[in-house]
Design a protein around this ligand. Structure first.
Ligand SMILES: [Zn+2]
Length: 440
C-alpha cells in the first residue's frame, strides 16, 4: 500500500455523502438560483465537496483504499503543501485534430472541409499509432485521466487509439466517426456498419467502444438507423454532435425534414448511454427529451467557431460533462474549458459557481460516461488524481483561503498545465514534473 499526505479536495458521490459524518465534508451550494423558472435538476442539493487541508490518501492495487484526515503512518509520500484533486474528465475530443488547434476559425461546415477532414484522411497506419500515443500523453499532461474520444474514420486508427489508452491505463470511450455522406474515403453504408460491428469486439468495461455517427449531415438515414441498431444489439454507448450551429440545423431540417433531435430519436440514438456534444440550438421540448442522456459542454470550441452559448441551466436536467473539443478547442485543458464556461455563462447572466464547474470537470464527466469507478477520490475508485502546485494556485502574498468555495474558485480561475506537478492513473505516476519527497 502507498500513502500520500496532501491537501485533498474532492467532489463526493451522493451515496457517500449520506454515509459520512466527517466534518471536512462541506456543502458548497450553487451560487445563483436556477434562472429558468421551475426547472429542477437531478441533483439540486448534491453539491458536496470534501476538503481535508491535511489529508491522507491510501492506494492499493491501483485503487483508493481510503481517504480522509491525516493519521500517522510510515512511510508515506509527502505532497504537502500541494493540492490533490481527482483526475479530470474530457467528454469530447477528436484525436486526429490536435495539430489543427488554433488554425483560422471559420464556420463549422467550412472548417471541417478545409482543415479537419484532410487531416483525418491521413490519420491511419503508423501515423495514427504515433499521434494517438502523443495525444494521450498530452492529455495526461493536462491532468485528464478519462475521456470520450473520436478517432478518424479509418478502422486501424481505432485500434491505435485503444492501444494507446490501454497502455496509459485510462478510462475512455473511443469510436470512429461513422460517415457515408461527404466522407474522405470511399465507402458504402454497409461497409461502415460492418467495420463498426467488427471493431465493437474492442469494447471492455474500462475502454468502451462508442458507436459514433459523426453528425447528422455526415450520415444517411440508413447509417444512423444502423448505428442505433448496433448500439442496442451490443449494449454500446453512443456519442455524436447535436445542434452545434444554426446553419447546420437548417441543413439537417432541409435534408431530413425533421428537427435535429428528432432525426436521432427516429434512428434510436437517444437514450441513457447517449452523449451529445454542443447541444446549443435546442428547444425546451428537446431538453425535456434529453433528460436521460448526457451532454458534452464545449464552450472553448463554441467560442472559437462562433457556434453560440449552450443553456447551462436547461442542460442540468441531463448529465453534463466538459469537453475540450480539440481541435476546435485550443488545447486539451479542461481547466480552460471550465473557466470559459464560467465566462460565457457569466456574460449570459448567471454563471455556475466553481464547485459546480469543477464537479462537471470530474465527477460530472464520469457520470456522463457511466464510469462509476472514476471522477472522485473515494474508497474503491481507481486512484486517478492530479497534484496541483499550491504556489501556482495561491501565489505568495495572496489573501488567506477563506473557505472550500474560495479555494475551488482559485483553482478554477488559476489552474492549468503549468500548475500540474504530478498525475497518477490507477496509482501509477504518469506525469512527473517535480521531485517527490518520501517520509518515514
Ligand atoms: Zn466535436
Amino acid at each position: 500500500m502507498e500513502t500520500f499526505r496532501a491537501h485533498i479536495l474532492t467532489p463526493l458521490s451522493s451515496d457517500l455523502r449520506h454515509r459520512t459524518s466527517d466534518s471536512a465534508v462541506r456543502r458548497v451550494h450553487r451560487a445563483p438560483s436556477l434562472s429558468k423558472g421551475e426547472l429542477r435538476t437531478r441533483d439540486d442539493i448534491d453539491r458536496a465537496w470534501a476538503d481535508w487541508p491535511d489529508g491522507r490518501l491510501d492506494v492499493e492495487d491501483g485503487q483508493i483504499r481510503s481517504v480522509g484526515p491525516w493519521r500517522r503512518t510510515s512511510p508515506y509520500t509527502d505532497l504537502r503543501p500541494h493540492l490533490v484533486i481527482p483526475g479530470l474528465v474530457d467528454v469530447h475530443a477528436h484525436v486526429p485534430q490536435l495539430p489543427v488547434c488554433g488554425v483560422h476559425p471559420d464556420n463549422l461546415l467550412d472548417w471541417l472541409q478545409k482543415w479537419t477532414f484532410p487531416l483525418e484522411a491521413r490519420f491511419r497506419g503508423a501515423r495514427a499509432r504515433t499521434l494517438s500515443a502523443s495525444f494521450i500523453r498530452e492529455m495526461l499532461g493536462h491532468g485528464t485521466t478519462t475521456a470520450a474520444l473520436y478517432t478518424s474514420a479509418w478502422p486501424d486508427s481505432v485500434e491505435a487509439c485503444f492501444a494507446a489508452a490501454r497502455e496509459a491505463g485510462i478510462h475512455a470511450w473511443i469510436g470512429p466517426p461513422l460517415m457515408d455522406v461527404d466522407t474522405y474515403r470511399p465507402v458504402t453504408t454497409r461497409r461502415v456498419l460492418d467495420e463498426a460491428r467488427h471493431l465493437s469486439r474492442l469494447d471492455s468495461p474500462r475502454l468502451r467502444f462508442a458507436v459514433t455517427p459523426r453528425f447528422a449531415l455526415s450520415c444517411s438515414m440508413d447509417l444512423l438507423c444502423g448505428a442505433g441498431d448496433l448500439a442496442r444489439e451490443f449494449n454500446l454507448p453512443i456519442q455524436t454532435h447535436l445542434a452545434e450551429q444554426q446553419a447546420e440545423c437548417r441543413e439537417v431540417r432541409r435534408r431530413f425534414r425533421r428537427s435535429y433531435l428528432h432525426v436521432y430519436e427516429r434512428a434510436g440514438l437517444v437514450g441513457h448511454q447517449s452523449l451529445f456534444a454542443h447541444a446549443i440550438w435546442l428547444t425546451d421540448a428537446d431538453w425535456a427529451r434529453l433528460s436521460t442522456a448526457a451532454i458534452a459542454h464545449c464552450p472553448t470550441s463554441n467560442v472559437f467557431l462562433g457556434s453560440g452559448v449552450m443553456d447551462w441551466w436547461r442542460a442540468q436536467s441531463a448529465r453534463v460533462g466538459l469537453g475540450s473539443d480539440v481541435g476546435a478547442g485550443p488545447d486539451l485543458s479542461i481547466f480552460r474549458v471550465a473557466r470559459t464556461a464560467w465566462t460565457v455563462h457569466s456574460l449570459a447572466g448567471a454563471a455556475p459557481n466553481a464547485a459546480d464547474l469543477l464537479r462537471a470537470a470530474t465527477l460530472g464527466g464520469a457520470a456522463a460516461l457511466g464510469f462509476d469507478s472514476v471522477g472522485s477520490l473515494e474508497a474503491g475508485k481507481s486512484a486517478d488524481f492530479v497534484v496541483l502546485d499550491a504556489a501556482r494556485v495561491i501565489p505568495r502574498g495572496a489573501p488567506d483561503v477563506e473557505s472550500t468555495e474560495d479555494l475551488l474558485s482559485r483553482i478554477l480561475h488559476r489552474a492549468g498545465r503549468s500548475s500540474i506537478s504530478h498525475v497518477y492513473v490507477g496509482g501509477r505516476l504518469v506525469v512527473d514534473n517535480v521531485a517527490l519527497r518520501s517520509n518515514g
